[in-house]
Design a protein around this ligand. Structure first.
Ligand code: AMP
Length: 634
């Protein structure tokens, strides 16, 4: 057996011994009594009886040995600032904020919602929350008031932390008005709001509720707040992700399992060592940002580079100049970002000294071969695809080159990662597919490994029903992705089995966008589908039936209404969810039982064969779709 095969095999077949060993990579206040309690499937409880703290493992335990080493390097090409915090400095800053949160009344188990741009304070806020045993819930800064309000009502935060503004391509994006609107829309009201003032946009503070970060920091300059030891199963955070319904799900992560999983991923997947520098270009609003901007690099005693700005501003060499300057060893990004760079001269990348870089990991969406080949040629470094989900918190499929170097295969994110008992399942019968290259649903046999979601926040039933009951006849976790596996165990992802789309590596539920557009006063009905896009992987297209018959066919009216619908989505959900185009039709293609024929719409939009349409109520509806698209392109 190869070294990796043996490692993987032990993680599944000698599970508790394997994870007991991995658990030694972190500090425990009380060591676990039981490695995995799976007595109530599909709920897995890892490291039961153990007590630890995520912030302790990320910061405190490194201070004695590497107090002066850089821990957090925050670079913004939006405000042209660079600030580096050593482990000792970060330790002090986090304690100041932990003291501030305690003073604002936050207790263990309370939620702290974080709606912030990519600034150091966001990382400090997250670390301060878990330090005191509070549960953070970061909401992506690109979301607008409607999305934020839904998440406020679900998370019910005691405190919300935000900033006056973000900035994109030099344009200030004020956050405070969006936050105030979201709080006005929400039924739940936070006790306090903590605002970082970056001096970018004027803010109106609500007396008695709103506080300035700088004031509280000043009041707690000498704050010394020991880490709150929590049970391994105590939630560290929730993070919302889209599904097939309009209501996002709060993925709930534990403390002990997550810390161990990330600690184990560093040597095995990333071949990473303390003192090295990790640069993950994601955003703290996404799972990749939680795991590989904030927690994993710090757990591993590395420096983490946090970046606010675009990959092409001031020029397409900016990220690579940072690799040279900070001697980045590990870089993590998404295929979309690379496709943006690909429009520019590769000289922008290769002119910097990238010799420190061990490899570039890409995740979040399918990595197409031309993009992989281009970036590999431009930086002359291994490109490693990895596949995972918000739910899992760390990779499900990749190459564990730290255990044993293995060749990449174009188009494949690699093999099942240790701890994940990945199977391909026939979606109709539930039978396991064992032959090479059979297409099935990628599923994971329980228990999910440490680090994966414990449940859906405040909704155990939704956790069970959504993830564990979609495959007939068996209780197995569905990823909702189609895939195949070759004879050597390499998987290939073939797209989603549900109505979730992936725009520039961001998961969006078409239902959520449809619900927003349906709320527009002039729209009667709408269908949203994802279609292939050369740059973003997929984009959302909306097909809307206006309330007034006069609109469809009138180009000027369509164009005005398209703008109005897009503005409506921007204001409710944020620009990330804005459809690339809105087409107006008199009716939508449906089955006789009234079910929307999304696949047919998608096929028409991608100019593919629509397949069997025998169940369709009105075949003319698809002709209208074709006509509406053609008219809009003219
Ligand atoms: P999210 O939870 O937003 O990270 O989205 C997870 C989904 O993104 C997965 O279920 C896949 O559909 C897709 N995805 C993530 N990583 C990859 C990858 N490396 N290759 C193909 N699809 C991916």
């Amino acid at each position: 057996m190869s070294r990796f095969a043996d490692f993987y095999d032990r993680s599944i077949n000698d599970r508790d011994a394997f994870w007991a060993e991995q658990a030694q990579r972190i500090d425990w206040h009380v060591p676990p009594q039981q490695i995995c309690d799976y007595s109530n499937p599909p709920f897995a409880r890892w490291f039961v009886g153990g007590q630890t703290n995520l912030c302790h493992n990320a910061i405190d335990r490194h201070v004695a040995e590497r107090g002066d080493q850089a821990a957090l390097i925050a670079v913004s090409t939006e405000t042209n600032t660079e600030r580096s915090y050593s482990y000792a400095e970060l330790h002090r800053e986090v304690q100041r904020m932990a003291a501030a949160l305690l003073a604002l009344g936050v207790k263990k188990g309370d939620r702290v919602q974080i709606y912030m741009p990519m600034i150091a304070e966001a990382a400090i806020a997250m670390l301060a929350s878990v330090r005191i045993g509070a549960i953070h819930s970061v909401v992506f800064g690109g979301f607008a008031s409607g999305s934020l309000a839904t998440r406020i009502d679900d998370a019910q935060p005691t405190v919300i932390i935000s900033a006056d503004a973000g900035s994109r391509a030099g344009k200030v994006v004020p956050y405070k008005p969006l936050l105030d609107e979201a709080i006005a829309l929400a039924s739940h009201q936070p006790q306090a709001v903590l605002m970082v003032d970056r001096g970018l946009a004027p803010m109106q503070l609500v007396p008695g509720r709103d506080h300035l970060w700088a004031d509280l920091r000043a009041q707690h300059l000498d704050g010394q707040v020991p880490c709150e030891w929590v049970d391994a199963t105590h939630p560290s955070y929730t993070l919302y992700t889209s599904g097939t319904t309009g209501k996002p799900k709060g993925v709930q992560r534990d403390t002990g399992g997550y810390t161990v999983a990330l600690a184990a991923s560093l040597p095995a997947i990333f071949d990473a060592k303390p003192g090295q520098t990790f640069f993950c270009t994601s955003d703290i609003g996404w799972v990749v940002g939680h795991s590989y901007i904030i927690y994993a690099p710090l757990i591993g005693g590395m420096a983490t580079l946090m970046y606010e700005g675009l990959p092409v501003r001031p020029d397409p060499g900016i990220w690579w100049s940072l690799v040279e300057k900070y001697k980045v060893t590990h870089m993590f990004s998404a295929p979309t970002a690379i496709r943006v760079l690909k429009k520019h001269d590769p000289e922008y990348l290769s002119k910097y000294d990238l010799s420190s870089l061990q490899a570039l990991w890409l995740a979040g969406e399918p990595l197409d071969e031309p993009t992989a080949a281009w970036i590999s040629g431009a930086i002359q470094r291994p490109i490693i695809d990895n596949y995972w989900q918000t739910e899992t918190g760390w990779p499900i499929l990749t190459l564990c080159n730290g255990v044993e170097p293995q060749p990449s295969r174009f188009g494949s994110p690699g093999k099942a990662v240790f701890g994940y008992n990945v199977k391909l399942i026939d979606g109709d019968t539930g039978a396991e597919l064992l032959e090479p290259m059979q297409k099935g649903v990628i599923a994971i046999e329980g228990p999910l490994p440490p680090g994966c979601l414990m449940t859906v926040w405040r909704d155990d039933q939704r956790f069970v029903n959504t993830y564990w009951k979609s495959i007939p006849g068996r209780q197995i976790y569905s990823t909702f992705d189609w895939g195949v596996r070759d004879k050597d165990g390499y998987y290939f992802i073939l797209g989603r089995t549900d109505d979730v789309i992936n725009v520039a590596g961001h998961r969006l539920g078409t239902r959520e966008i449809e619900e927003s557009i349906s709320g527009h006063p002039d729209i009667a009905e709408v269908a949203v589908v994802g279609v292939a896009d050369a740059l973003k992987g997929q984009v959302a297209l909306a097909f809307a039936v206006p309330r007034s018959n006069a609109v469809a066919g009138d180009l000027a009216a369509c164009s005005a209404m398209e703008k109005s619908v897009c503005n409506h989505v921007d204001a409710q959900l944020g620009a990330v969810a804005r459809p690339a185009r809105v087409y107006f039709v008199a009716s939508l293609p449906k089955t006789r039982s009234g079910k929307l024929l999304r696949r047919a719409l998608q096929a028409v939009a991608e100019k593919r064969d629509t397949g069997d349409l025998s169940t369709m109520e009105d075949p003319a509806a698809l002709q209208q779709v074709v006509a509406a698209m053609a008219a809009a392109e003219r």
